[in-house]
Design a binder for this molecule. Structure first.
Ligand SMILES: CCCCC/C=C\C/C=C\CCCCCCCC(=O)SCCNC(=O)CCNC(=O)[C@H](O)C(C)(C)COP(=O)(O)OP(=O)(O)OC[C@H]1O[C@@H](n2cnc3c(N)ncnc32)[C@H](O)[C@@H]1OP(=O)(O)O
Ligand SMILES: CCCCCCCC/C=C\CCCCCCCC(=O)OC[C@@H](O)COP(=O)(O)O
Length: 253
């Protein structure tokens, strides 16, 4: 039926169009900075701005003032789909890059674009490697006055909730003694339904929350920090999501 066609078309179009953007951005990034540089993220964000219109998506953002902090910080957000990248680039602060799984590096021109934007790649299968790469990223972040965007669930999740957080983002913030700024995306379940093969137009609410301070905290506090951030973000997710009755049922509400 027609909604199934639209679903497949939009998904294929999204990946293909991002590949084209990845290709277009490459010479621009090379000309402007000569190689891998976090400032290339501005170019990526600028080139990607229009994609939401092509997919019929709107963003409603609140709390942007919480990102207007001096110096380094870690942004954490929930992760439902590769579409999250559009929201991320919609509000991306200056000098901010991301942490991603290393597989993304091999995703053609999108991988190249990520590399040019200074994305830090981690091997999730090798926890000890991932930890040392993230420790190095904490140093680089301070030295080069960067911000890092991390998806602490560590994987995509469309179940209408937020998975328990991995601890890496919190260790990194504590090691660097920088604040954590939570960003919550509302549920995509009102416009994107994988099971029913529906990808309708829709509005995504993004809420930036006030920073969580880490000054004086140690590695022992990472678990508590992770749990309290999760609780806060899950409450916000439920508050801002226009949940369907079925999705509400899945939450046990
Ligand atoms: C695209 C169009 C063209 C133009 C656009 C181009 C580009 C677009 C621009 C940008 C796009 C960027 C897109 C990015 C999106 C990518 C999203 C992703 O890839 S998500 C997947 C990757 N992210 C993550 O995995 C999140 C981070 N992961 C973690 O934090 C994990 O903790 C881990 C480090 C990988 C380890 O995983 P593990 O399963 O072992 O988890 P635990 O958290 O339970 O940890 C186990 C144990 O170790 C302790 N720990 C963890 N980290 C540390 C540390 N750094 N130091 C010390 N100890 C650590 C932790 O406390 C646990 O111990 P304990 O149980 O005793 O507490
Ligand atoms: C050589 C061709 C390879 C084709 C691969 C196509 C990949 C491009 C897909 C969409 C275009 C824009 C996406 C931008 C980046 C999306 C990042 C992303 O969402 O990665 C998933 C990762 O967070 C979690 O992975 P898992 O849920 O654990 O798995």
């Amino acid at each position: 039926s027609s909604h199934t066609c639209v679903y497949h078309f939009k998904n294929v179009f999204y990946v293909a169009w991002m590949m084209v953007i990845g290709l277009v951005c490459t010479p621009l990034c090379l000309l402007s900075s000569g190689g891998r540089n976090v400032d290339n993220m501005r170019i990526l964000a600028w080139l990607t701005r229009h994609v939401k219109h092509l997919l019929g998506l709107k963003y409603h953002v609140s709390g942007l003032e919480h990102l207007e902090l001096e110096g380094s910080y870690v942004v954490i957000s929930n992760h439902q789909s590769s579409l999250d990248v559009l929201g991320m680039l919609e509000i991306l602060p200056d000098r901010c890059t991301a942490i991603a799984k290393k597989e993304l590096l091999y995703a053609g021109t999108v991988g190249l674009a990520c590399w040019l934007g200074g994305v830090v790649f981690i091997n999730r299968q090798k926890t000890s490697d991932a930890k040392s790469v993230m420790a190095e990223a904490a140093d680089t972040m301070l030295r080069e006055k960067l911000r890092l965007w991390i998806f602490p669930e560590g994987t995509r999740n469309m179940m209408g909730s937020i998975l328990p957080f991995k601890k890496g983002a919190f260790h990194l913030a504590v090691q660097a003694q920088v604040p954590i700024i939570p960003v919550v995306f509302s549920s995509y379940s009102n416009f994107y339904m994988q099971r029913e093969r529906r990808f309708n137009s829709g509005t995504i609410t993004m809420k930036v929350l006030p920073r969580i301070k880490t000054k004086g905290l140690t590695a022992n506090d990472a678990s508590t920090l992770s749990e309290s951030a999760h609780k806060l973000m899950l409450a916000t997710f439920r508050e801002i999501s226009a949940l369907t009755p079925e999705a509400k049922g899945a939450h046990g509400e």
